[in-house]
Design a binder for this molecule. Structure first.
Ligand code: HEC
Length: 109
């Protein structure tokens, strides 16, 4: 009887570990692909707005350090960096969106 209980506990723990691992893997796969992010930006921003983004980027993104070129990072990296840096540069949502549109469009692939 005691041995059976141990086996059952052991089995459920193994099952749970597998389920937890699966859940992590699938949530990772749900992260948007770089091509989807670029396509989304292309549908929302015109070439003129991206050019405005370039001007805002030049004016605001080299106050604390050198100007990091869009080609210096991948789309995924920029998504993370821009969230932090737009706050540091105190950009409003509209300007941050235009900077993102410019930078992501020219990011390293
Ligand atoms: C108030 C100062 C400040 C402003 C303004 C600023 N940054 Fe930064 N940036 C930093 C600091 C400090 C670091 C290094 C520490 C860090 O990564 O958080 C950094 C790091 C970076 C990096 C390197 C990150 C890495 O992981 O390689 C990039 C790229 C960058 N900034 C881009 C930008 C862009 C784009 C803007 C304009 C939207 C901007 N920064 C505006 C302070 C600033």
């Amino acid at each position: 009887m005691k041995l059976t209980s141990y086996i059952i506990i052991g089995l459920s723990a193994t099952l749970f570990a597998c389920t937890a691992k699966k859940a992590t893997t699938s949530s990772k796969a749900a992260a948007p692909a770089a091509s989807d992010i670029v396509a989304e930006i292309d549908s929302k921003y015109t070439a003129e707005q991206k050019e405005e983004g370039k001007i805002i980027w030049q004016a605001n993104c080299q106050k604390c350090h050198k100007l990091y070129e869009p080609e210096s990072h991948t789309v995924a990296k920029w998504e993370n960096i821009l969230q932090r840096m737009s706050k540091k540069a105190k950009l409003n949502d509209v300007d941050a969106g235009k900077v993102r549109a410019y930078v992501i469009t020219h990011a390293k692939s």
